[in-house]
Design a protein around this ligand. Sequence first.
Ligand SMILES: [Zn+2]
Length: 342
Amino acid sequence: MWSSRNISYAGRVQLINSVLLSLHIYWAQVFMLPQTVLRDIEKICRAFLWYGNYFSTVPGSIQWEKVCRPKMSGGLGFRRIKDWNKAALAKYVWAITTKQDSLWVKWVHAVYIKEDSWWGYIPPKNCSWYWKQICNVKETMKLHYNEDEMKNMTQFKIKEVYNKITEEEERVHWDKMIWNRLAVPKHRMINWLAIQGRLKTADRLCMMGVITDDQCKLCCEHKESHQHLFFQCSYVKRIMKSVFEWLGFKSRQDQLMRLMMIMNSRSGKSRVVKQIHAAVITASVYYIWWARNEVQWNMIVWRPEKVYRIIRECIVMRITSVLPRKISSKDIDWWENVKRKL
Ligand SMILES: [Zn+2]
């Protein structure tokens, strides 16, 4: 029933997180799921995210491994089911370490570990498959915890252990802008793809052999690439000029890039104002991409002034409905003023 292309990316992300990636949760706590099962679950999630289908052999726009990174590391924050499985089974490692009062733990100590130290324990070759798996998970845990840390854990929380074993070093600088609460949800995915240069622009479609003409249909002057579309295209600059004037930035700044820099700088602007700016950027990127698709696939050319008006109306409607209640009167005045401006 979900095999529908009509659900937006944002809706699919929600469904994957709340339903598809929860299917294995019960079994993940019982045993190590076979690799083929884990791979199959991931395949379904992948096909559903990119194509709204349960099966696809065409790869997605971004590697699954990257999609599963936390948002602050540039991903969508999906659970990595293999690591989740390990974190769930680590409960047994913890139970043995802390000698929890259970028949199974007593039995394991009496039959397998005996006088040995659990942390240094190596399973005999002829032991059961299940016990070997638990010992393997213990080895993974040793990379992230020492024995005392595990002993001092009074309560076992899968999520905490999962976060620890999947910790990422890499940190991106744009996550706050894209996953900003005030931005329109369906704009976020397009921005997430755009900022990684993964929208299917004409130069990429040509490389894939889908089309043969890589010219930008908005300005008809240059080759269409991410760089061109969002930073150099004269059509887009006309939209952004109006956006800048609306927000009260100096009129000579007409590049998206400038807007991002202004947003990131310590401009002395409040958090809410910065969030609204970020929502304007994400809406601009979304509607630029929309206008580009209209001309590319439907042969409809919208005037830049019209696109700007759509962006403005969309932002005013969105911000009016989600603006936090507790904001300073200065910010309210600023917003009321922006709202009124033509
Ligand atoms: Zn152009």
